[in-house]
Design a protein around this ligand. Sequence first.
Ligand code: CO8
Length: 260
Amino acid sequence: MTYEILKIADNDGILTVTITREKALNALNRQTFDELEHFFNNALTDYPQMTGIILTGAGPKSFAAGADISEFLTLGKDGAAKMSRRGQVIFDKIEYFPKPVIAAVNGFALGGGCELAMACHMRIASENARFGQPEVNLGILPGYGGTQRLTQLVGKGKAMELLLTADMVKAPEALALGLVNHVVPAEELLAKATGILKKIATKGPLAVARSIQCVNANFDETKNGYDEEVKAFGEISNTQDFIEGATAFLEKRAPNFTGK
Ligand code: CO8
């Protein structure tokens, strides 16, 4: 697939994926979803050396200002439910992606844009970032997992407040709420995300993937997270990476993980 909206830059295995609909504040239209779906379905094979992904928006003003409102009006009940489910499935792919995915939030992260950021494993915000779920302003509610992930990240009371009032949260408050991991000046945003991914790239990749899986299990009612952890721990202890990691520690050298 040739991407028209997503711009992908490969910097030594760290992929920066930029949504380039700057004039529409990077609103997520159908094509953006098609491209995100294709990208996350194929990234592991298309970029075998990839160690992590930074997701961001073009321009200084917006990460993504929501789903594209111009595509909403004619959906109807079934069409809207289908679109909501499809968005959830695509965002789930991000949440369960076995390599770390960091949202570099460079401005507005509203509605579906906030939902997209919340589906990533971590969020780094620029000082001008604004978060919110303003759907009730439009007479709708989040449809891409926002009611669930916002509650997971900030707790029930604050999630209720943000969802029911449509209030926007500035970066420092988002940090205090646990909605974002770090707040940095805009010019340091990508460097901060890159630094975190570079650090993770020095760790055992199988252990990183299983950690993502186990954390997600905590929020999956079909799974017991403790059992997932036991299973993962057993399997990971039988890998070359575990032997290498433990041997390197004892030999006082840096490990050379191979992902096997
Ligand atoms: N969809 C489409 N276009 C948008 C969107 C959007 N979400 N947000 C901004 N734009 C467009 C504007 O229409 C405008 O286009 P144009 O220049 O052609 O008029 C351009 O971007 C610039 O926007 P503004 O002029 O409004 O810029 P401001 O700086 O004045 O305001 C805001 C910035 C505050 C971000 C304002 O644009 C805004 O309020 N945007 C809408 C935010 C919003 O409500 N987001 C939630 C959308 S609903 C959603 O995400 C639901 C997800 C679940 C869907 C489930 C499946 C059905």
